[in-house]
Ligand binder design. Structure first.
Ligand code: K7E
Ligand code: CUA
Length: 678
């Protein structure tokens, strides 16, 4: 109602505005340099705007802000998005790929959770091995809790080649190849049962950070909570990434033992602070809960002290210490002991305000920004001051002997932002943005130092706020974690979505809100609400789309996506066959619109079956699917791909296999019979 009456009052203004906008649209369309094609540029849009648009706006009750928001986000058919957002999938265990500014969902990348459409975890060799590498002992894990995606970087800028993401629930890290947007590797952390401070990459992606969270005995051991201070420990794991191999190399990786505070998020230093990493922590009280035994509950016990500790870690030096073998073996993994870390000057603490969440490094690496959930300020630390304090050697130590630098020696500024500040992002205009969980809002504030030249605001000052809906966790700005953020767009990843969408029952989607941050000062505009109905994304990174260069089809027919090389079992047209060796039957099959060859496969109950299918198509989007009922086989064979699966023919009968992608007019005929004789 409010919106409608507001509309009536300013109807004349709107008509004038629409005219301006229409002209703007004409200009926009005629200047469009849409490289990727699409016919929108040739449309006769100019004639279609004007009077009609005004009538539509009036009928739909759209305000001038609504109209500009629509013009800023509407993406005509055939026009590609300027940015791509990679969002974690939370307990969906996946990664979501979303185009911006249209906020169109482009893909789910299956990571820790089997996903049938991609044939991930339903028989296809490679996918089964990747998932199995993430199992713990006999426990077949079929989901994950993904939190922080990290795009690979070269010299601190996203390079569009690799993506990493952690599983908080089980302390695992996955590697995704952005040539085909598929998961290639899962590694299980050998010393930690769960994690949180991952993944974050070093500026050249030679190392990947996985920080811990809830302290536990390292190496998945048992110890009573009575021995918390002695036996429980925190950790940070530093994974070596081999870019040529496209894999994390566990044999060249290591960890560092930390006190049993709950390490939270980490970030890698860059430029001036390259070679150092920073992790915040909470529960330096070492509360162990037990409300049922009369102890303070965790949320109170872990929030008693005014300060927790930012962990300042000299990574370059830690790498030297680890490669010199100055480690102990925990569950087969090298760990720098806490005492060694202290002696070698690898670890320092900096007091940080109450119950912090998030540590974010400015684009030039000069400042570390930390917000305490229970403190209305954000606190900014200077890397130079931290270095000076370390050099001065003027510190106290905690109970474990870790140096605690003096807060006043290293703090650069504090900015009062509002209630429940969490995570911070940066833009190209000297602004920082911090999510305010409790308000809920996103605050824009001005950085100081050299950044002050980039805008007209007083340094270290709050500039403006925009309300978001609701309970914002992370925010993500375009190229926001790089040495050269783009500004332009910011997405608020909201955990509650009440009153934004049609009621779909008690479980609501998340709400991603796209915000225009392109104009300086008090000019933040909410553009779009995108419901995300699959798990709770925590964090996202946004890359300029033209930095990505994925394949359209696999490079040659018979490609194995898991080795990214030709598959020895590739089958070309004319080579199809069924071979028997004792009880083992091997099928070499091809697929092309609209048939599988062979169309009959006759075997005996009790046979072991190895089945290869090569999709010999080299046509963009000519994917075939393949399923065998009952045997839980379901694979996706993209153009050029060779897929392999194995099963034991334990059930006799007649099984029709068929293509699960509607690939052609004769798709229904793309089928065959598997006859299993008793
Ligand atoms: Cu949800 Cu980064 Cu895991 Cu904050 S984290 S919100
Ligand atoms: Cu191939 Cu349908």
């Amino acid at each position: 109602m409010q919106r409608l009456s507001g509309f009536k009052l300013s109807f004349k203004t709107i008509m004038a505005l629409l005219l301006v906008l229409a002209l703007g649209l004409v200009l926009l369309i005629s200047c469009s340099d849409n490289e990727e094609g699409g016919s929108a540029g040739e449309s006769d849009a100019p004639a279609a705007v004007s009077g009609d648009a005004a009538a539509i706006a009036e009928a739909r009750g759209l305000t001038p802000d609504d109209i500009t928001a629509a013009l800023k986000t509407y993406t005509p058919t055939g026009v590609y998005d300027e940015y791509i957002m990679f969002a974690s999938g939370g307990h969906a265990g996946q990664v979501f790929v979303i185009g911006m500014p249209s906020m169109r969902m482009l893909k789910t990348i299956a990571v820790f959770t089997p996903e049938p459409w991609q044939g991930y975890g339903y028989g296809a060799e490679g996918t089964m091995e990747i998932l199995e590498a993430g199992f713990v002992g006999d426990h077949e894990l079929t989901w994950g809790d993904t939190h922080h995606p990290a795009l690979s970087e070269t010299a601190g800028d996203y390079d569009g080649e690799w993506l990493f993401i952690n599983d908080k629930a089980n302390a695992r890290v996955a590697t995704i190849d952005l040539r085909d947007f598929e998961t290639k590797q899962i590694v299980k952390n050998p010393i930690a049962i769960s994690d949180h401070g991952g993944t974050f990459v070093l500026p050249d992606t030679d190392w990947i950070i996985e920080g811990g969270q809830y302290a536990a005995p390292l190496g998945w051991e048992y110890s009573s909570l009575d021995n918390y201070a002695e036996d429980y420990r925190g950790m940070v794991t530093i994974w070596k990434f081999d870019r040529d191999a496209g894999r994390i190399v566990p044999e060249e990786s290591f960890a560092m033992e930390l006190p049993p505070y709950w390490q939270d998020l980490c970030d890698a230093g860059k430029k001036v602070s390259e070679g150092w990493i920073f992790c915040n922590s909470f529960n330096t009280e070492m509360a162990t809960g037990g409300v049922e035994d009369g102890n303070p509950p965790f949320e109170a016990g872990a929030s008693q002290r005014d300060m927790d500790y930012m962990h300042v870690i000299h990574l370059d030096k830690a790498i030297e210490v680890a490669s010199a073998g100055n480690t102990v073996d925990v569950n087969g993994f090298p760990v720098i002991p806490l005492d060694t870390a202290i002696e070698e000057g690898l670890l320092y603490f900096v007091p940080e305000p109450k119950s912090p969440h998030g540590v974010d490094i400015t684009p030039g690496g000069e400042y570390m920004v930390i917000s305490g959930k229970l403190d209305p300020h954000t606190t900014i630390y200077s890397f130079d001051k931290i270095q000076a304090a370390i050099a001065a050697g003027n510190w106290e130590t905690d109970d474990y002997g870790v140096p605690i630098l003096n807060f006043d020696d290293v703090m650069e500024a504090q900015v009062e932002l509002g209630l429940g500040p969490l995570h911070t992002q940066f833009d190209d205009k000297g602004y920082a943005y911090t999510s305010l969980f409790l308000e809920p809002a996103v605050a824009r504030w001005a950085l100081g130092g050299d950044y002050a030249e980039l805008n007209d605001e007083p340094e270290w000052s709050l500039v403006s706020k925009i309300n978001v809906h609701y309970n914002v966790g992370h925010i993500a700005a375009a190229e926001g974690d790089t040495v050269s953020p783009d500004g332009k767009y910011l997405v608020s990843l909201n955990k509650w979505a009440i009153d934004r969408f049609q009621n779909v029952g008690p479980l609501l989607p998340q709400n991603f809100q796209l915000i225009d941050i392109g104009q300086p000062g008090d000019n933040l505009q909410l553009l779009y609400d995108m419901p995300l109905p699959d798990g709770e994304p925590h964090y996202a990174q946004i890359i300029k789309a033209d930095k990505l260069d994925p394949w359209e089809v696999y490079p040659e027919v018979g490609w194995n996506p898991h080795t990214q090389s030709p598959d020895p079992n590739a089958t070309l047209i004319g080579e199809e066959r069924v071979e028997r060796d004792g009880d083992t039957v091997e099928v070499f099959m091809t697929s092309i619109r609209s048939h599988f060859t062979p169309e009959h496969v006759e075997i005996n109950k009790g046979d072991h079956v190895i089945w290869h299918i090569t999709n010999v198509e080299q046509t963009y989007d000519a994917t075939h699917g393949f399923t065998i009922p009952v045997y839980n086989i379901n694979v996706s064979i993209e153009p050029g791909e060779t897929a392999t699966f194995e099963f034991d023919a334990t059930e006799d009968g007649v099984f029709s296999y068929y293509c699960t992608e509607f690939c052609s007019a004769l798709h229904l005929e793309m089928t065959g019979y598997l006859l299993i004789e008793p």
